[in-house]
Design a binder for this molecule. Structure first.
Ligand SMILES: [Fe+2]
Length: 378
């Protein structure tokens, strides 16, 4: 587990003390730290310390930098069931707080965030306040994120893209063979999760494309029967907001995901909720992924209310309300997805569906052999 925190003191040590009982730290680990400047802003010291090995499904107590408050977090289970909380486009408004309060009330193991975190939008101190806002949750469970447009913060000739995001939200990209923090993968309790980047090159000749192909080929469906992919800009979206923005990435990468039998694709960007049938190449396909858009975490831009009518044949459920999702992978064959509005009490499910894993459906053998070859092309 990587622990990240920021200190005003540039010389503060990057150590984490931790143990399985409050106040009793049996282990101490040193890490690394970094900082960045953006226009007139200088960040604090940003510390990253990887601790472990850790036991599965265990609560650990820890302290950062040799002083300060004690935090606790729970590691994910080794096996099914495992539950993911999902919310994109968070921002830092009263709506965000409501989403976080709802997520805090659900029993989950890992948080998945398909992009658009702080909405700092060049105002760097908003990255600090965002960290403070999410700390109660992000200090207690793994938060696995990928980047959205609001992370880019590029100023031509002055500031490189993704400086703050890469400095503060370091994900296990090196561990998954990626050369960029903007795309990576990880495995947890029988699920292989791929985090892609909508705002970095994705064409056939890009590093991301080659990495994705190699990563998908490495997936062992005996060890991880479920394959889930996240990125920011949705490919299947019947809202007028951001219509067609995902088309280029979809044209490049959808055949790879289909050939690899991806079960579920989760995106954000559109500030609303939508769930598709299993789909591939624009039409329902029992062997394609279910696509979910969940960019309704609560940012200051508000909701996206305008939908195309009539709804496309593939769109099962769509609504512009703030909320979050829960993906409970029950076993190797069944998962339960639910969407929860902030307007309702947390246990109320506004949309729910059982999803059967593709590897238990016979899809891999039914698929066109030529299509699978796309993964093996040099
Ligand atoms: Fe976005």
């Amino acid at each position: 587990m990587r622990i990240t925190w920021t200190t005003d003191d540039k010389s503060a040590p990057s150590i984490v003390e931790y143990g399985a009982a409050p106040g009793q730290y049996s282990s101490v680990v040193g890490g690394e730290s970094t900082s960045y400047s953006f226009l007139f802003y200088s960040s604090g010291q940003i510390h990253h310390t990887v601790i472990g090995p850790l036991e599965y499904d265990t609560v650990y107590f820890y302290r950062c930098g040799g002083q300060g408050p004690e935090f606790q977090f729970k590691t994910p289970p080794a096996q099914f069931p495992v539950t993911f909380a999902v919310a994109g486009d968070l921002g830092q408004t009263g709506w965000t707080q409501s989403t976080l309060d709802h997520i805090d009330k659900c029993k989950y193991d890992v948080h998945l965030l398909p992009g658009d975190l702080s909405y700092a939008d060049y105002k760097q101190h908003h990255w600090d306040t965002f960290g403070e806002l999410v700390q109660p949750l992000a200090s207690a469970r793994p938060w696995m994120v990928t980047e959205g447009n609001h992370e880019e913060e590029k100023i031509p000739l002055l500031e490189d893209a993704f400086q703050s995001y890469n400095a503060r939200w370091k994900m296990p990209f090196e561990e998954s063979g990626s050369s960029s923090n903007l795309y990576y993968s990880f495995e947890v309790a029988g699920v292989h999760v791929v985090m892609l980047g909508s705002y970095t090159d994705y064409d056939k000749y890009s590093d991301q494309y080659s990495w994705l192909k190699a990563d998908l080929l490495k997936v062992d469906r005996n060890r991880t029967p479920w394959l889930v992919v996240l990125f920011h800009v949705p490919w299947y979206n019947s809202n007028y907001a951001h219509q067609g923005e995902g088309d280029g990435m979809m044209a490049a990468m959808e055949p790879l995901l289909y050939a690899a039998d991806v079960d579920i694709v989760i995106a954000g960007h559109v500030h609303a909720y939508e769930r598709s049938k299993r789909i591939y190449n624009g039409i329902s396909d029992p062997c394609g992924p279910v696509h979910i858009t969940i960019g309704d975490g609560g940012n200051r831009e508000g909701l996206a209310h305008k939908y195309k009518n009539p709804p496309p044949e593939w769109s099962v459920f769509r609504e512009a309300s703030f909320g979050h999702g829960e993906l409970k992978i029950v076993n190797s064959t069944h998962a339960f997805w639910s969407w929860h509005r902030n307007d309702d009490d947390e246990p109320v499910k506004s949309d729910e569906v059982w999803i059967t894993s593709l590897i238990s459906s016979g899809c891999p053998v039914k698929k066109n052999h030529n299509l699978s070859e796309i993964l093996l092309e040099p």
